[in-house]
Design a protein around this ligand. Structure first.
Ligand SMILES: NC(=O)c1ccc[n+]([C@@H]2O[C@H](COP(=O)([O-])OP(=O)(O)OC[C@H]3O[C@@H](n4cnc5c(N)ncnc54)[C@H](OP(=O)(O)O)[C@@H]3O)[C@@H](O)[C@H]2O)c1
Length: 290
């Protein structure tokens, strides 16, 4: 670890799947952390972390909230993600940004979701002298979207499930992020981050079925059904089209091939899907009524 004495590291997305792990690992590494959330009262972050109420959609407030922050884990999400990247890039004084992007940012970026991540990378690269881009494959935790239908009917409905994905544990994405925040050797790097094996959705369902010790059925549904579901859930159609395009993309370079990034950066292999299921077993089984 390089010298980080006197440096406060800012974390956006601190209450989410990746950012919460970033905060935890930084605290474990004795770093000084300022965590940002829109709801400090509900943040439930480790003792010693400075928790600051902050909305990335309020650019006029950001300079004050980020005062004294030289290094930042930047996670933006949702339809305004690119605007939020731009808002942060406009704040002076942030020397290092480790940005959570996506394999989707790999060119060519033919949809809104991919283009927003690619452009977000660019605005950070222009604004900050020290940057590292993290491009993870699909998160293992995405399978949590299957839990309500599993509880109701022991069935998983998914689209394009036959395309193998080297799904990654969000904790491993966080571990790479923390190295990039505290070590200088990752400056200027763009890391594609995957888990150790490429799995189709039916293979993931099969693993869950074994951990739960209960039969689960996989039903392939058309992309139009996935689209309708996301729009019904309140997401803007343009962003949904981008996400569906990513789901349908068969190019294995976009998160379909296991890569050694996690082990190279952190010195230990990435968690397998079975590791992830085992770690979350109790919570997952509770969610499906077992
Ligand atoms: N899921 C995947 O398979 C996958 C794969 C590759 C890349 N990604 C990328 O990963 C990111 C999502 O990461 P995640 O799953 O860890 O996120 P998440 O669990 O959905 O959490 C979102 C976080 O963003 C914060 N946030 C949302 N809007 C905010 C705002 N206006 N101002 C400040 N904070 C805000 C939330 O904080 P509060 O609610 O506490 O304010 C929360 O901590 C996205 O950029 C996505 O494109 C996802």
């Amino acid at each position: 670890m390089d010298d980080t004495v006197g440096i406060t590291i800012g974390v956006f997305g601190a209450t989410g799947r990746v950012g919460r792990e970033v905060v935890r690992l930084l605290v474990e590494a004795n770093q000084t952390v300022r965590a940002f959330t829109r709801n400090p009262m509900r943040a439930d972050l480790p003792a010693g972390v400075e928790v600051v109420g902050c909305d990335l959609g309020e650019p006029e407030t950001l300079a004050a909230k980020l005062a004294g922050i030289e290094r930042l884990f930047l996670l933006t999400t949702g339809p305004q993600a690119l605007d939020h990247d731009r808002n942060v890039a406009a704040v002076p004084g942030i020397r290092r940004v480790v940005k959570l992007s996506s394999v989707a940012a790999m060119p060519p970026t033919g949809n809104v979701y991919a283009a927003a991540h690619a452009e977000g990378e660019y605005v950070v690269q222009v604004a900050c002298p020290e940057w590292t881009m993290l491009r993870p494959a699909a998160f293992m935790s995405n399978m949590e979207y299957w839990l309500p239908p599993i509880e109701a009917e022991r069935t998983v409905h998914a689209s394009f499930g036959s395309i193998p994905r080297a799904v990654v544990d969000p904790r491993d994405v966080a571990a790479v992020a923390v190295r990039a925040l505290v070590e200088d050797s990752h400056i200027g790097e763009t890391y594609t981050i995957t888990g150790p094996e490429a799995l189709t959705v039916p293979e993931q369902v099969d693993r869950l079925s074994r951990v739960a010790n209960t039969p689960l059925e996989y039903v392939d549904v058309p992309g139009s059904a996935a689209r309708a579901g996301m729009i019904g859930g309140g997401m803007p159609p343009e962003l949904v089209d981008g996400l569906v395009a990513e789901l349908a993309d068969p190019d294995p370079r976009r998160g379909g091939i296991p890569l050694p990034t996690v082990e190279r950066v952190t010195g230990r292999p990435p968690a397998s899907f079975d590791d992830w299921l085992t770690r979350h077993r109790r919570r997952l089984l509770g969610s499906i009524g077992l």
